[in-house]
Design a protein around this ligand. Structure first.
Ligand code: HEM
Length: 564
């Protein structure tokens, strides 16, 4: 069969192509298609059929044994005779959604050798994945004004209490209002300076916590075994709790400056929310099932986690609102006060509560994951760790603790963090951007309401952009032109904070928390291992499969370590 690159493919061409064994095995020995043409053709075929773009479907029927889009068509043709088939389909869906969907998508894109893929999920949702910076810029630079909404899906609705908060709200007045409050007030540079003493308290507590852990193990090992995942996650949550509520702990706290049981439960619940947010919940694609059945269990787990978070947070918020009303509080000393006293626009208690949940989840994952990976990679290659230590000794010295004012000069340390954002992002996919109208991007029709997701892993590991992409190499971010390493990513060659109207408004705070955490750990302690670091990724997410546990020994004069 002839394959014309200039003419349009037909369904028959596709059927022939997808039947080839090499294609099914993903070896692609068949006709050499330019990926862009492949996608275009599919969109065209589907548009001719009046169904929008459904790139994968034909391959699923003819070749791969992946059920998702196949399911859709059967549902469309549903008759009473097909009840058995439907039950089987639901089982297949269950299986599909048990495995991490991002790995399935990665494999699909690898097999198709395409930088953009459209998967139709359910009867009408087009999920579009993008892995090149050129295409990513088309969406978030050129057509940012169009791609500035978010999908209305179950997890987002639950977490934001009906889309009251900024990250999860679809485009509209509520999003504008909350984004303005964050951007212009809570996360402004003035507010950042105002809250520095609170962040410092937590940076000091970090050292005292590690020292206490070491002291407890004095007779067991030389130094102390530290679970870097626990330390990093608690640090991020504690900083946020401190700047929002003015306090670190919800409960009484444990001995040795450790974390209280309540703090642990709160943190676990926050990570549960993150796990199920934008996590391809089945009822998002079959909305008529919503409220009737919770096939994959996402709803139950999200509701339970939210209940725990709100159990700890909401009473503090209610009490504070009462204090302001009674006049028992008159000075603004943290972000909760700032939210309660905000004028023009005034915020309701429910808006405050859901925005605070969102601020917590926005802050804990990326910094802690990047630092855990950075420590793992650096301990694994001690020359990198030595270089980071040297930089700290040179910029700060050994006679005082690293402070926020030092962070802009710690370029090597920031390069290590940036390399982790590139290679090991906590979330494999960026939150979905939804176009508010039909549009064409780089020649592809993108229907209104599609879920466009830039692949953070796909971009960060794209071999056309990054040389030897799987190698951890902080040097690649240290270029002559860039005298200062910044963690942001405006060119979308990778994604750290993203860009445009829905880009992260917490760049400064997020960069500060991440860099300070790594800087204090590297400056304060020398790190070693009892056995080699296992750099394997988890099965379900791109975090380290096993939490990093390393041996820490203080390396600064004793008097510099704060006491708790
Ligand atoms: C290292 C830390 C952080 C990283 C890597 C990060 C990354 C991101 C990314 C990738 C997005 C999605 C952007 C998009 O949809 O294109 C985002 C959105 C957002 N982030 Fe962050 N973030 C961090 C810290 C923070 C902090 C500390 C806050 C605030 C306390 C914050 C608040 C937000 C908000 C409100 C949005 C949603 C913006 C919108 O939809 O309008 N982030 N962040």
């Amino acid at each position: 069969m002839e394959y014309s690159m200039t003419g349009r493919f037909t369904i028959e061409d596709y059927r022939y192509y997808s039947r080839q064994p090499s294609f099914k095995e993903g070896k692609d020995n068949g006709p050499k298609l330019k990926t862009r043409e492949k996608v275009n053709i599919d969109l065209n075929v589907e548009l001719e059929n009046g169904k929008g773009c459904s790139f994968v479907w034909m391959h699923l029927v003819e070749g791969f044994k992946l059920p998702s889009v196949y399911i859709i068509r059967l549902f469309n043709k549903y008759t009473s005779k097909q009840v058995g088939v439907m039950i089987q389909i639901l089982n297949e869906m269950r299986l599909l959604l048990k495995q991490p969907i991002f790995k399935w998508i990665e494999k699909l894109m690898e097999n198709f050798k395409t930088p953009i893929l459209c998967i139709q999920l359910g009867p009408s949702t087009h999920v579009i994945i993008v892995t090149t910076p050129e295409l990513a810029c088309e969406f978030l630079h050129k057509q940012d004004e169009i791609f500035m909404s978010r999908p209305e899906i179950l997890s987002a609705e639950l977490v934001s209490d009906g889309y009251l908060s900024a990250i999860l709200a679809p485009f509209g007045d509520q999003w504008r209002k909350m984004r303005k409050v964050l951007h212009e007030h809570l996360l402004s540079s003035q507010s950042h300076r105002w809250l520095e003493p609170k962040r410092n308290e937590e940076a000091n507590h970090l050292l005292s916590y590690i020292c206490n852990q070491i002291a407890k193990q004095e007779n067991v090992v030389d130094g102390g075994l530290i679970n870097i995942r626990i330390v990093s996650r608690h640090f991020c949550a504690n900083v946020m709790t401190k700047i929002v509520f003015g306090t670190r702990l919800f409960g009484d706290g444990m001995e040795a400056g450790g974390s209280a049981e309540e703090e642990g439960a709160h943190l676990t619940a926050l990570f549960t929310i993150l796990k199920y947010l934008y996590a391809f919940c089945i009822t998002d694609y079959f909305p008529w099932l919503r409220g009737k059945i919770d096939i994959d269990g996402h709803e139950k787990k999200t509701r339970k986690a939210l209940e725990i978070i709100r159990k700890y947070q909401d009473p503090l918020i209610d009490e504070r609102i009462r204090m302001w009303k009674k006049g028992a509080r008159t000075e603004t000393s943290d972000l909760l006060d700032a939210l309660i006293t905000h004028e023009n626009p005034k915020l309701t208690p429910n808006e405050i509560k859901s925005q605070i949940v969102e601020l917590m989840i926005a802050t804990i994952d990326n910094p802690s994951n990047a630092v855990e990976w950075a420590m793992a990679e650096m301990i694994n290659q001690p020359v990198l760790l030595e270089r980071a230590v040297k930089e700290l000794d040179c910029v700060v010295g050994r006679n005082r603790l690293v402070e926020e004012r030092d962070l802009p000069q710690l370029n090597y340390l920031k390069a290590c963090i940036k390399e982790c954002f590139r290679l090991h992002p906590f979330a494999p996919l960026n939150p979905p951007h939804v176009p508010i109208k039909d549009t064409t991007v780089a020649g592809y029709l993108i229907p209104k309401g599609s879920h466009v997701m830039l692949s953070r892993r796909g971009l960060g590991r794209n071999p056309d952009v990054w040389e030897d992409p799987l190698r951890f190499d902080p040097e690649r971010h240290l270029t002559w032109e860039e005298s200062r390493v910044v963690l942001s990513d405006d060119d979308l060659t990778m994604i750290s904070f993203s860009t445009g109207k829905r880009g992260c408004p917490g760049v400064v705070l997020g960069s500060t928390i991440t860099t300070m955490l790594l800087a204090r750990m590297v400056q304060g302690f020398s790190w070693g291992l009892l056995c080699k670091v296992d750099l394997a990724e988890g099965n379900d997410d791109p975090c380290l499969a096993k939490p990093l546990v390393a041996v820490a020994k203080p390396r600064l004069p004793n008097h510099l370590y704060p006491e708790d």
